[in-house]
Design a protein around this ligand. Structure first.
Ligand code: NAP
Length: 171
């Protein structure tokens, strides 16, 4: 799938883990640690370029090995300039956080979302993923888990692709 936008990679993908209402994180950290999800994230992103916001980079505390890491900061290049720089790559991943997902979702071709059906840790969430509008996004694959090896709640790996033509709302 080659993007029609001249200044971005072949496929621009967002990858995220979300709670039942799109919760992403709290106090600049993640809400859950699911080992199956970390493996899934690694296998999808390995060898590719990953783009992240400065706060997400700080929460990771290091570059992700085996991937080209690009950190967005207002003191550096704009998102559009970075996408221009990586336009010859077949697939590039935006790995968060909330501010960056919000700005990039309208440019994205694909979403890799881990939907987690678990209670939120105490304190709840303070950052959220933008709404995934089913008129714009079509689910193309799904893998459901009733629980992880060490995670006691259900979660699903879901891939969405941007619809070629936007669906009309039901009348
Ligand atoms: N659940 C998940 O899958 C997932 C994934 C990633 C992150 N998270 C969570 O999300 C939270 C962090 O998200 P966040 O929204 O607070 O921060 P963020 O999006 O990671 O980073 C925000 C920073 O990115 C820079 N930035 C944003 N837009 C930019 C633009 N257009 N051009 C240049 N730079 C730009 C700015 O850096 P400067 O201030 O330096 O200018 C801004 O302060 C944490 O809780 C983290 O754990 C969750």
């Amino acid at each position: 799938m080659k993007s029609e936008h001249p200044s971005k990679p072949g496929i621009l993908s967002l990858i995220a883990v979300l709670g039942p209402s799109g919760e992403l994180g709290v106090r600049n950290g993640l809400l859950w640690h699911i080992s199956e999800d970390l493996k899934h994230f690694k296998s999808l992103t390995m060898g590719h370029t990953v783009i992240m916001g400065r706060r997400t980079f700080e929460s990771l505390g290091k570059q992700l090995p085996g991937r080209t890491n690009i950190v967005l900061s207002r003191s550096g290049k704009k998102l559009e300039e970075i996408l221009e720089d990586v336009k010859d790559q077949p697939e590039v991943f935006i790995i968060g956080g909330a501010q960056v997902y919000r700005q990039a979702i309208h440019l994205a071709d694909r979403l890799y979302i881990t939907h987690v059906q678990a209670p939120l840790p105490s304190g709840g969430a303070d950052v959220f993923f933008p709404p995934i509008d089913p008129r714009q996004w079509q689910e193309v694959s799904r893998q459901d888990f009733v629980r992880g090896a060490a995670f006691p709640y259900p979660f699903s790996f879901v891939t969405y692709e941007r619809r070629k033509t936007q669906q009309q709302p039901p009348v």
